[in-house]
Design a protein around this ligand. Structure first.
Ligand SMILES: Cc1cc2nc3c(=O)[nH]c(=O)nc-3n(C[C@H](O)[C@H](O)[C@H](O)COP(=O)(O)OP(=O)(O)OC[C@H]3O[C@@H](n4cnc5c(N)ncnc54)[C@H](O)[C@@H]3O)c2cc1C
Length: 409
């Protein structure tokens, strides 16, 4: 699967931070992690810190899949409103999902500091504005629902929103709890620490097949060597969806586990930004939504304009037009801001029907085959939750929260 088109900012900005060898001889481990993006990196770091013998494989250079394309806003706010999610998965699970995302931001902050990337983790507040007057009533209900969870946020009417942020929108929710990271640097730093703790990391090594026997899994790679492991963790990003569909060909196409789309992003040349952006992430109620953050060197990073499909040829053709639309939307939102795009790119993006990822074993597959599929706008916070839930499961102390992200929730 082609996960990215165009020029994603993070790997250009930081270059090839660390290289790993390809797998050239057989290996064995307690846990084999397939995928060394942000999800695989968080898992590898956690499991090796817990003293497990871990091997991690990636078919690309590490962190060069969707992690490179990510705009990496960290939010507790799931793309599905809490009010809607309660109707979809029940109130206890919906509430827990929101609170777990909130906690995941704190954990990512601590980890970023621990691996020396604290400079690139920046605390922010999150401004979620109503795109039209039609969205006012649902936004008020959402405000009340989140307050019942003890989440700190304000409801801003049009006047206050204009006065404090200069935006002419009908209303907004302002949440205190959000952040942004450089996902590429963070994944590299986590893998480096995992390697220092004993994890063996191999890139440019694609997993082709595996089978399970009485002693665990035997996993074959395209280069020939195999890996034996008791646990197999699939952290293969959006490519895991095809693997799951191959393992379960009788899944109903009319009820897909997830939908893959193209999503577009750009980053500007450094510029003088409205001061509030230094402390605030911005997104909106419209779907697909426009969203904005800044970088450490004062660029504006903008994303949105998702397609309803994941066709790669069409996204490559559409990229210049989508870039112009994003530029125009930012211009309209801020009035005077003159933005020069430095890089633009598009990536595959996965969404589930309720906006929650899938984390854990599938009830119809091996109990030792674990999935970390953090699909949705909160992909990176889900990756952190996957590291928490799957490491607890492997250590024989499964968390009650596993049900929130279970395949059969
Ligand atoms: C444009 C865009 C903007 C986004 N913005 C945000 C955002 O603001 N906030 C947020 O939280 N999330 C965001 N996301 C989502 C986020 O980027 C993803 O959730 C996250 O990067 C997924 O990380 P991952 O490690 O699971 O996947 P990946 O980074 O894709 O890593 C999976 C790895 O598995 C490897 N792999 C797959 N199959 C095999 C195999 N058979 N053998 C060996 N290796 C294999 C791949 O090579 C890949 O490197 C965005 C995504 C896009 C595309």
């Amino acid at each position: 699967m082609d996960l990215r088109s165009g020029a994603a900012f993070w790997p250009i900005n930081s270059g090839l931070l660390t290289t790993y060898p390809a797998l050239t001889q057989d290996e064995s481990a307690d846990v084999l992690v397939i995928g060394a993006g942000i999800t695989g990196a968080l898992l590898t770091e956690r499991l090796s810190r817990q003293g497990l013998n871990v091997v991690t494989l990636d078919r690309r250079d590490v962190a060069r899949g969707s992690t490179s394309a990510s705009t990496a806003l960290l939010q507790y706010e799931i793309d599905t409103h809490l009010t809607d999610l309660r109707g979809m998965v029940g109130r206890p699970n919906a509430d827990r999902a929101y609170l777990l995302c909130l906690e995941a931001i704190d954990s990512l902050e601590q980890l970023s500091r621990d691996v020396g990337e604290g400079e690139y983790f920046r605390r922010k507040q999150s401004l979620y504005y109503a795109s039209s007057r039609r969205d006012l009533a649902p936004l008020r209900e959402e405000y009340q629902a989140r307050r019942t969870l003890g989440i700190t946020l304000d409801f801003l009417g049009a006047g206050e929103l204009h006065e404090r942020f200069g935006l002419r929108q009908p209303a907004a929710l302002l949440s205190r709890h959000a952040a942004e990271v450089d996902p590429y640097r963070l994944a590299h730093a986590l893998l480096k620490r995992a390697a220092a703790a004993g994890a063996r990391i191999y890139d440019r090594t694609a997993v082709t097949t595996w089978h399970e026997d009485s002693q665990g899994f035997v996993v074959r790679t395209e280069r020939g060597p195999s890996v034996r492991a008791k646990w197999l963790v699939l952290a293969g990003g959006y490519e895991s969806l095809n693997v799951l569909q191959d393992l379960l060909p009788h899944l109903l196409p009319s009820r897909p586990l997830a939908m893959l789309r193209n999503s577009y992003a750009l980053v500007s040349e450094p510029l003088e930004l409205p001061p509030f952006l230094a402390t605030t992430l911005v997104w909106e109620t419209s779907r697909p939504y426009l969203y904005l953050r800044t970088t450490a060197d004062n660029r504006l990073m903008v994303g949105g304009e998702d397609d309803a499909h994941a066709n790669v040829a069409r996204r490559e053709k559409m990229l210049p037009r989508k870039r112009r639309i994003l530029e125009q939307k930012v211009g309209k939102l801020f009035g005077q801001l003159s933005l020069e795009t430095a890089y633009s790119w598009a990536g595959t993006f996965g969404e589930t029907p309720d906006g929650l990822g899938y984390i854990g074993a599938h009830p119809r597959l091996s109990k030792h085959l674990l999935f970390a599929m953090g699909y949705g706008g909160n992909g990176i916070t889900y990756s952190q939750i996957a590291a928490d839930l799957l490491s607890a499961h492997i250590q024989g102390q499964p968390s009650a929260d596993a049900q929130v992200f279970a395949f059969d929730r």
